[in-house]
Every structure is written in C-alpha cells, then in structure tokens.
Design a protein around this ligand. Structure first.
Ligand SMILES: *Cc1c(COP(=O)(O)O)cnc(C)c1O
Length: 348
C-alpha cells in the first residue's frame, strides 16, 4: 500500500483516478464544445451547492495558480490611495504581500513572525483600517501548520482569502469574504486550474485599462471561457466534487478531517520522540508539522517511511522538519499506517 502525505501536488481520491483513467478523451475535447461546457457548469454548480456560495458571488476557474491571484486580486480590488491590510502568518502571506505592494500600499496590521509563525497573530477591533481596500488573509498556513478556525470579522472591508490548502475541508462563512481563491493541486484535483470565488460587485472596481486576461470581469462575462481553459484540470475537479458529495459533502469530510488530525496530534503530544510546537488552538487540520527530538534522525525517518510506501513527509524546504498533509483524499487508514510507522521508528 502507498500513502501520499505530500503538501502538493497532493493525493487525489483513488475512485477519481480510476474513473479518469478509463476515459482520457477529454484531452481532445474543445473548450467550446457542449460537452465541455456541461462539465464546467456542472463543476460550478456542485461547488456552489457544496460550499453554499451566496448568489451574489461568481465561481471562476482560472489558470496561473494561487501565485497569480497574489497579484490579480490587488490589481482588481485595490482602491487608489486606500491601500490594503494584510495579516502576516508566514511564507504564503509574504509572497502575496510582495505582489500587493506592486499595486498599492500594503500595511502589515498583524504578524506572528516574532514567534516564528508557531501561532496566528492576535486580532483586535482596532487591527484593521476601516477604509482599507481589502484585508488579506491566508486561511491555512501549509508550511507552518496553522489555520484560522474562524476568520477575523472586518465589518465593511472585504476579506481576500487564500484557501489553497484548506478549501473543501470545512464549511465557509462568506459573510465577510469578498474574494476567495485556491489552486487545485491540494484539495481540488490537479495543478493547472485555480478556483476563484468573487463577490460580483468587486470585479467592477478594476480599471478597463488592465490587461483583459487579468480582469475578473472578463472571466465573469465569459463563464471562465474567455480563452482556452485548462479543460482536463477542470474535468478532474468536477470528479473530485462528485467524490466529495459521496463522502457526505463538506460536513462529512470536516468531521473525518478533524478526527484524522486529532489522532495524529494526540499521538505526537504523548510522545517524547516527536513534537509539535504550534499553539494548540491554531493547529491546522490539513498540515500537521512535526519534528523529531533528535533532529539528526529526520532524514532517516523520511527514507524509511518512503521505503514503507509513506511518501511526501519531508517538511517544506524553508521550514525543515517533517509534515504530514492530511487533505480530503488522505484516509484514516493512511493516518493509522503513519502512526504505526512512527511508533515502530521511535522504538527501534
Ligand atoms: C501551495 C500554496 C500556494 C501556491 O500555489 P501555486 O498554485 O503554486 O501558485 C499558495 N498559497 C498556499 C496557502 C499554498 O498552500
């Protein structure tokens, strides 16, 4: 048995892989064909129903990854002279900040850098500027293993949320959200397509002088088919959404996700051999980071785990250590196999 704990591109549900391997003709399908349009609309509708996306939001499938959204979101949503507020929770929010600064003023209003991102920054009523164009937030910090259990309340300023590593893992409250995005290769399928959920009125902020491809309004008007869409990636996402439905929807997966991560955290916490220093209330349900007390053994750990079919456990190159990503497609069996291996490894 092979279990994939990689942070991304990540595990895809095996029923999806089975189904897709039986019919690869989608490769050849025109993005203008009725059949493809049906696939796209079906994926949109399933996404709307599963995430209970309000009617005033549009669902888009765009190329360019989450990394393009770091720039495209401010390019469309920045109001001249008003800048944006950003919550710094590590690596990915900093990458976003770098792009936002190309468009306008980006104020870091809260940061947990001083504690090496082992917890989420404190938010108070006075954290945000009431006239900010938007507030930027990373929902789940893939590298540091932290996750917002509840998004900060911004009242009038819309949140722009990078949900790349926890989309579809739990229900979402859209009341403060203006724009959410997620590239697909973690919880939605394979690389090549990025989900964007945008409150439609916000797309009208953008200057018409901006490149046509970089305006959300273009993709809203053309139903994500302005140019050749990443057809196969969208098809695969539609199959993943079907699979999510078969798992009891988001609520079903949310429950299992909580159980999976709790089991692993509980095991790590009672161990003297392994540890996780993330503040417990901020721990991610998706990415469980951990270290060996004797860090010299980490390389050996990864090597032996690989040999046992437990792959993708090496931490991000910038953070080191180990990481088990427990996305939707990673089963409880995989977690049990990992804990069994960890237990054997520590007892040698
Ligand atoms: C992986 C990841 C990204 C990068 O996504 P790309 O599709 O490679 O641009 C951005 N944000 C978060 C939170 C991620 O986990």
């Amino acid at each position: 048995m092979r279990y994939n704990f990689s942070a991304g591109p990540a595990a895809v549900p095996s029923p999806v892989i089975e189904k897709v391997s039986k019919d690869l003709s989608i490769f050849e399908l025109s993005h203008r064909s009725n059949r493809f349009e049906q696939i796209l609309n079906d994926a949109k509708q399933r996404m709307r129903t599963l995430l209970q996306i309000p009617r005033d939001f549009e669902v888009l499938f765009l190329p360019g990854g989450a990394s393009l959204q770091f720039y495209m979101a401010p390019l469309n949503l920045m109001i001249p002279g008003r800048g944006a507020d950003l919550i710094d929770s590590g690596h990915w929010s900093n990458k976003a900040r770098y792009e936002i600064e190309k468009v306008g003023d980006c104020r870091v209003v809260a940061s947990s850098e001083a504690v090496e991102f082992k917890e989420l920054p404190e938010i108070t009523e006075s954290t945000f500027n009431p006239d900010a164009s938007f507030i930027y937030l990373t929902s789940n910090n893939t590298i540091y293993g932290t996750q917002w259990k509840k998004y900060p309340e911004s009242n009038t300023v819309p949140l722009v949320v990078d949900m790349t590593s926890d989309i579809l893992s739990r229900t979402i409250d859209f009341s403060n959200i203006g724009l959410a995005f997620a590239s697909a290769q973690k919880n939605l399928g394979i690389a090549g397509v990025t989900l964007v959920i945008i409150r439609k009125d916000l797309a009208e902020r953008c200057s018409h002088d901006v490149a046509t491809m970089l305006q959300y309004r273009t993709h809203i008007a053309k139903n994500s088919l302005y140019n050749t869409a990443p057809t196969f990636s969208i098809y695969l996402t539609s199959l993943v959404l079907e699979w999510v439905e078969s798992q009891g929807g988001i609520e079903g997966l949310e429950k299992v996700n909580r159980e999976k991560s709790q089991k692993l955290y509980d095991y790590i916490d009672q161990s003297h051999f392994y540890h996780n220093r993330v503040k417990s209330k901020d721990r991610s349900v998706m990415n469980v980071i951990f270290r060996l007390t004797d860090t010299h053994l980490e390389e050996q750990f990864v090597k032996e785990a690989n040999a046992k079919g437990l792959i993708g456990l090496k931490g991000h190159r910038t953070a080191g250590g180990l990481r088990a990503s427990l996305y939707n497609a990673v089963s409880m069996d995989a977690v049990d196999a990992l804990i069994e291996f960890m237990s054997t490894f520590s007892g040698r």
